[in-house]
Ligand binder design. Structure first.
Ligand SMILES: Cc1ncc(COP(=O)(O)O)c(C=O)c1O
Length: 377
């Protein structure tokens, strides 16, 4: 089987893991955790980074640190992985689902502007969703597929309403938005995932980055059991969601290879675009003019995806369907929402294709030929 998105462990991973065993630093403190945070901050273009044991845990802590509380609303695009909405729910808050644009599949700033204008009112210092009476506590854009959302207008709209922005940058390390890296786009906090299917992995893990030291300290505090000092004093109900030195060892080795891995991802995406642009019924993944995507996920937009997946898998190709929008997931059927025509149109037509950084040109040609064969049948 040619896998969809497998890790590519071709650097110092084994050596660094051995170092953890040799030094006995295997748990949630250790030199690799510190180094990982420095590397992530550098590559994200942010002053501070806090390593976590998953992207979901990072999002959860980031939202809490940004002030999201029970029964409040957080603006979330419907087209995202379930973890984005789950992080909101873990805070006891509710996702307010907005659509993505047809041109880049990320949070639609025009709909956000309309939603703020028509659906909210100001109440003292807060922005309140008029129909539910809930405070709008944060805006959570998602850099989908490794491509940044259109952050300038999103951040401007949120700032004007004094609402914090937490960006789900899960797979966006290596991307650029108007020349800037994903931790420098105006969000209060941005959150990466280092899950096994990401371009750089730590086996599992996440990182929260930001410019504000106090805000990042709050994230660190929340992920470290709310501990104050060394005498078992804990001043808030918090979490044990720090990254271990073992995970960070793999993460450091992977981050050393970030440029190589992202270049491989971009090459793979470019080859699919070139080879499939004229295939019948196919359109390509969007490429926003203001962004350089990290091309985490590759694929095409086409009809009949479930059947295509079945036929490709029969041929040993790990093609897959992609994110089913949040409002179609049972836990979120009742979530408040704006019209979601784009999310509804695109999700069923996304065919994700093998795009591991280690995918060989020969295997990619096998995928392309198999897909072309399935399309003419
Ligand atoms: C958009 C998005 N958000 C959040 C996550 C959650 O990250 P993790 O799996 O590290 O918890 C992922 C991926 O897994 C993702 O793709």
């Amino acid at each position: 089987m040619i896998p969809l998105a497998a890790p590519h462990l071709a650097g110092n991973e084994a050596r660094y893991l051995q170092e953890c065993v040799d030094t006995n630093f295997v748990s949630s403190v250790g030199p690799f955790v510190d180094r990982f945070e420095t590397l992530v901050a550098e590559r994200a273009g942010a002053a501070h980074a806090v390593a976590t044991n998953s992207g979901t845990a990072g999002l959860h802590a980031a939202l809490l640190a940004a002030g999201v509380s029970r029964d409040e609303l957080v603006v979330v695009p419907a087209f995202t992985f379930i973890a984005t909405a789950n992080a909101v729910s873990h805070c006891g808050a509710v996702p307010w689902l907005l659509d993505v644009t047809p041109t880049d599949w990320t949070l639609d700033p025009e709909q956000l502007a309309r939603a703020f204008e028509r659906e909210t009112r100001r109440d003292g210092g807060s922005l309140v969703h008029a129909a539910s009476g809930r405070r709008v506590a944060a805006v959570l854009p998602v850099h989908a597929l490794g491509a940044p959302a259109d952050m300038d207008p999103i951040v401007a709209l949120a700032r004007a309403q004094r609402v914090p922005v937490v960006a789900d940058a899960a797979a966006a390390l290596g991307s650029l938005y108007r020349g800037e890296p994903p931790g420098a786009l105006g969000a209060d906090l941005s959150v990466f995932s280092f899950n096994g299917n990401k371009t750089v992995t730590a086996g599992g893990g996440g990182a929260v980055v930001g410019a504000d030291a106090a805000l990042c300290d709050r994230v660190r505090h929340l992920t470290t059991t709310g501990r104050r000092g060394d005498d078992y004093t804990h001043d808030v109900v918090a979490f044990n969601s720090r990254m271990t030195n073992l995970q960070a060892a793999v993460g450091c080795a992977q981050l050393e290879q970030l440029d190589v891995l992202v270049a491989a991802k971009r090459r793979i995406a470019g080859r699919y675009d070139e080879a499939l642009a004229d295939a019948p019924g196919v359109s390509l993944f969007p490429r926003a003019s203001w962004a350089q995507s990290a091309c985490w996920m590759s694929g095409v937009r086409v009809g009949g995806v479930p059947e295509l997946v079945e036929r490709l898998v029969e041929r040993g190709i790990g093609a897959r369907t992609f994110w089913k929008p949040i409002h179609l997931q049972p836990p979120y059927r009742e979530a408040p929402r704006e019209p979601l025509p784009v999310s509804e149109a695109i999700w069923a037509e996304i065919l994700a294709l093998p795009c591991s950084a280690g995918l060989t040109p020969e295997d990619q040609e096998t995928v392309i030929e198999a897909l072309r064969g399935c399309l003419v049948r």
